[in-house]
Design a protein around this ligand. Structure first.
Ligand code: F6R
Length: 604
């Protein structure tokens, strides 16, 4: 979604606002804008398109302010034009907003009837107009409170008030907002990354909070308007670092970061000395009746993989569902179940809502998240961090394998607790898991072979991905990666489903990517591959040396290392991600900022 920054500084804020917006651009990149207090009033600069366009504007018309706000937008209401770019102004109010104001239409009608004139198509302007109205006769914090009482929706705000040049206000309901503590300077930001270059001392606002900051302090109020204390934490440097190193794109770096990331993840959930899965959090897997996993997109596919691993190994029923559907279909839930929210950001609105739905039914809750300061992490009974470091590429890669690693360790711990495996088997599986990072790095060595296959794939209009068993969720994830960054239509199918419909799509121009490393199901998948070959469909087989022996002459093959099927989804993820990455690069697509997408989807 959108990114927000606010700075009450002692020196010019322009450069710092832009630096911060660069860090926030992964949240949205339709348009950007900044505003600050100049000697003679508020100065504001906005531009449609990428941040670079705003920088061009600022080069000609710089800001002079030492106190200001900035925004990078992922459009919800109104096209991504300069006119709809934040900050928005109304009377004494200038503000930036992340999220959605659900009752904006009715508020707008009322405000219009009162004679207020609107300049934009956005829902945000309604908040600016409303706050300006509330300011007549009320001090700023009180006016903000009564504005917040009238708006419905999920949002984070940073606000400037004319005549109050040493102060900013912020509010959050849903999407996150942090307060950064500097030396004689204070900050508001969508996340720790946004304020990372200026401070690592951060307080996370609670849902419903609003805040007034000046040069030296933050006054926080809860949703009822009562003063509140929010602990100031020193966040680790890893939460504020954002470097591409020698890589061209964050996504490329994050793909190659995976072996190291997964090593960290696995080490957090297994005892490398004793060889036991040491799953923290006090959940009694022996008596647990069911697990309900909720997530969106890639996190959902990681959850699907978890289902395959946990049910087979631990004989523990696992339901997995896309969070956006889950709560609206009024699912039948058991209080004795555990809900696991899968989410890199820990902020995805649908996943959060599904989590809260389960909590309200009395279920115990856990979150498998990357952002440990996120809303989900703070609202659950147990947090299982994925430890893979900040993920910047909009297309999720290293978070996926880290999420799968956590669930694989959970499968082992649950299987042992339920007596489905003995200690020797547990130790064997832990050894297998500890092998995964090395094998993932080996699998990524197929990159040169992958590059050679790219030109043909990049010409395709449609691509099918096939897999069986745990390779099916990986096929779904492969298809998602390809479509989101290269804009080629792709579908993942369970290989056995092919003949029930999708086989009609096979022709010479529709490549099929078959993911089939050696396992008990490989031969069945290869039989499905032959059905495609028989109909003239081009095939790329992703397998190990043993599987490659089954490739027909002339068939394209990507060869990865042989591995235990338990870790095959981890080992074969890097080549699948690299394939999508190189196709997108070949097509000249903006890999780290694919069109229409945003990293953290904090609206429904
Ligand atoms: C795809 C992708 C998205 C996210 C989804 C959930 O590459 O990144 O599908 O996986 O939006 O996001 P989180 O994990 O932050 O809840």
């Amino acid at each position: 979604m959108c990114g927000i920054i606010g700075i009450v500084g002692t020196s010019s804020v322009q450069e710092r606002l832009v630096e911060s917006l660069k860090r926030l651009e992964y949240r949205g990149y339709d348009s950007a804008g900044v505003a600050g207090f100049a000697v003679d009033g508020v100065e504001r600069r906005r531009a449609a398109g990428k941040l670079k366009n705003l920088e061009d504007v600022l080069a000609v018309e710089p800001l002079t302010a030492t106190v200001g706000i900035g925004h990078t937008r992922w459009a919800t209401h109104g096209p991504p034009t300069k006119g709809n770019a934040h900050p928005h102004r109304a009377g004494r109010v200038t503000l930036v907003h992340n999220g959605i104001i659900e009752n904006f239409a009715e508020l707008k009608a009322t405000l219009k009837a009162e004679g207020r004139v609107f300049e934009t198509d956005t829902d945000t302007e309604v908040v600016a107009q409303l706050l300006d109205r509330e300011l007549s006769g009320k001090p700023p914090a009180e006016a903000l409170k009564s504005t917040l009482d009238q708006v419905r929706g999920a949002f984070a705000l940073a606000v400037m008030i004319d005549g109050e040049p040493d102060m900013l206000m912020g509010a959050r309901r849903g999407p996150p907002l942090v307060v950064g503590y500097g030396k004689g300077e204070m900050f508001l930001g969508s996340d720790a990354l946004a304020v990372g270059p200026f401070t690592n001392r951060i307080a996370y606002l609670e849902d419903g909070d609003f805040v007034v900051i000046d040069h030296n302090s933050a006054k926080v109020f809860d949703a009822e308007g009562h003063p509140a204390q929010r602990a100031v934490q020193t966040v680790p440097q890893s939460a504020t670092l954002m470097e591409k190193g020698n890589y061209r794109h964050f996504m490329e770096k994050e793909i190659h970061d995976q072996p190291e990331g997964c090593q960290r993840t696995i080490a957090a959930y297994v005892d490398t000395l004793t060889g036991h899965a040491a799953f923290p959090g006090g959940i009694d897997f022996a008596t647990l009746e069911r697990i309900q996993i909720v997530g969106c997109g890639t996190a959902y596919y990681a959850g699907m993989l978890g289902k395959y691993l946990i049910e087979r190994l631990a004989d523990l029923p696992v339901d997995v569902e896309v969070a956006s559907e889950f709560r609206y279909r009024e699912p039948s839930l058991h209080a004795g179940s555990l809900v696991i929210a899968m989410s890199q950001s820990g902020e995805t609105a649908d996943t959060l809502a599904a989590l809260r739905y389960c909590q309200a039914k009395g279920m115990k809750s856990a979150a498998v998240v990357n952002a440990v300061g996120s809303t989900m992490a703070r609202e659950v009974d147990v947090v299982w961090p994925i430890h893979c470091g900040v993920e910047i590429g909009v297309a999720s890669t290293k978070a996926f394998t880290a999420q799968v690693s956590v669930l694989a360790a959970l499968a082992v711990a649950a299987a042992r607790a339920r007596g489905r495996i003995d200690s020797a088997e547990e130790q064997r599986l832990v050894r297998v898991m500890l092998e995964a990072p090395r094998l993932m790095a080996e699998a990524a060595l197929a990159e040169d072979a992958i590059r050679k296959l790219v030109p043909e794939l990049a010409r395709a209009r449609d691509v099918l991905y096939l897999g069986r068993g745990a390779m099916f969720p990986l096929a779904l994830e492969g298809a998602l990666k390809l479509k989101e960054i290269s804009y080629i239509h792709a579908e993942g199918y369970a290989a056995g489903e092919l003949k029930h419909g999708p086989i009609a799509l096979i022709d010479e121009a529709t490549p099929t990517i078959v993911i089939a490393p050696s396992d008990p199901l490989m031969e069945k998948t290869l039989a499905n591959m032959s059905e495609v070959a028989a109909r003239g469909g081009p095939i790329i087989l992703v397998t190990d040396a043993e599987g490659a022996k089954h490739a027909a002459p002339g068939m394209k093959v990507i060869i990865g290392p042989a591995c235990d099927p338990f870790i095959a989804p981890l080992v074969y993820a890097p080549p699948i991600q690299l394939l999508a990455y190189h196709v997108a690069v070949h097509k000249g697509a903006d890999v780290d900022q694919p069109r229409n997408l945003a990293k953290s989807v904090t609206v429904e």
